[in-house]
Design a protein around this ligand. Structure first.
Ligand SMILES: [Zn+2]
Length: 72
């Protein structure tokens, strides 16, 4: 999977940065890596939204909990 490859590369970069001895104030410098890793690790956005009212709908739901719209 593409994202897993990216994640692996980011982990490597993160480890490399530490390895290279940037320990004095590593957090701000490494924040972009943390952000990128967090982004890649985040679960896929499988949220479904009601086409009628735009409310978030539970996965597998047949009707919108807000307006009652019948989802296919
Ligand atoms: Zn709705």
């Amino acid at each position: 999977m593409e994202d897993e490859k990216k994640l692996e590369t980011l982990y490597m970069e993160l480890g490399k940065a530490y390895y290279e001895g940037r320990f004095e104030d590593p957090l701000p410098e490494l924040l972009p890596y943390f952000d990128a890793i967090t982004k890649l690790r985040a679960p896929q956005d499988d949220n479904v939204f009601c086409p009628n009212c735009g409310s978030k709908i539970k996965p597998g739901a047949t009707f919108c909990g807000n307006c009652g719209y019948h989802l296919k």
